[in-house]
Write a protein that binds this ligand. Structure first.
Ligand code: S3P
Length: 172
C-alpha cells in the first residue's frame, strides 16, 4: 500500500506521530533526519555546520529517491524536505502526504530549549519561527490532509490520521 509521509515545520511532532502511526499500522518507520545521520555518520547539526545546507538538502533528495520507490512505509520528513518540489513529486507518486501543523507559540514552546535545529540558532527564536512558517506555508500546503498537533495528544493526532486513511480506503 501507499507510503504515508508526514511533512511540516520543525516541532510539529512528525517523528513522535510517525513512530506511533507506524506502530499502529505495523509498518516500517523511517525518519529522514535519523536516516541521513546514519548514512553520513554525522548529526544534522554537523552536516549543516561542516558541509552546509546545500549538502544536507542533497542528502535529503538522494534519500527521497530511494524511499519513493518503496511501499508500506511511514516516513517522517525533516521540516525542509517538502520545500523541494521534486521531493514532493516523487513522494506523492506512491504516497499520501499528511501535513502536521502547529501555531508559532506551540512550536516555540516545544523548541526553545533545543539546540539541534541549525536553522533556528540565529536571532530571536520566536521571530525566526514566524518568518520561516510564513515562507513555507505554500510548501506544506501541498499535503492531502492536515492535522493540528497543537490541540491534542500524539494519540489523538494518530487517530485523526487513521480515520482519514480508512475513509479513503488507504489502509486495511
Ligand atoms: C529542518 C528541519 C529539521 C532538520 C534540519 C532542517 C528544516 O528536521 O531536517 O534541521 O529546514 O525545517 P525536523 O523538522 O525534524 O526538526
Amino acid at each position: 500500500m501507499k507510503n504515508i509521509v508526514l511533512i511540516g515545520f520543525m516541532g510539529t511532532g512528525k517523528t513522535a506521530v510517525g513512530r506511533r502511526l507506524a506502530y499502529r499500522l505495523r509498518r516500517a518507520f523511517i525518519d529522514t533526519d535519523a536516516e541521513i545521520e546514519a548514512v553520513t555518520g554525522k548529526t544534522v547539526s554537523q552536516i549543516f555546520a561542516r558541509d552546509g545546507a546545500v549538502r544536507f538538502r542533497s542528502e535529503e533528495a538522494l534519500l527521497v529517491k530511494k524511499l519513493a520507490v518503496r511501499e508500506d512505509l511511514v516516513i517522517s520528513t525533516g521540516g525542509g524536505l517538502a520545500l523541494n518540489p521534486e521531493n514532493v513529486r516523487l513522494l506523492k507518486e506512491k504516497g499520501i502526504l499528511i501535513a502536521l501543523t502547529a501555531s508559532p507559540e506551540v512550536v516555540h514552546s516545544r523548541l526553545f530549549r533545543k539546540k539541534n535545529r541549525p536553522l533556528l540558532l540565529k536571532g530571536d527564536l520566536r521571530q525566526r519561527i514566524e518568518q520561516l512558517l510564513e515562507e513555507r506555508a505554500d510548501a506544506y500546503g501541498v499535503a492531502d490532509f492536515f492535522v493540528d498537533t497543537g490541540v491534542g495528544s500524539i494519540d489523538e493526532a494518530v487517530e485523526q490520521i487513521l480515520l482519514y486513511l480508512s475513509e479513503r480506503k488507504e489502509i486495511r
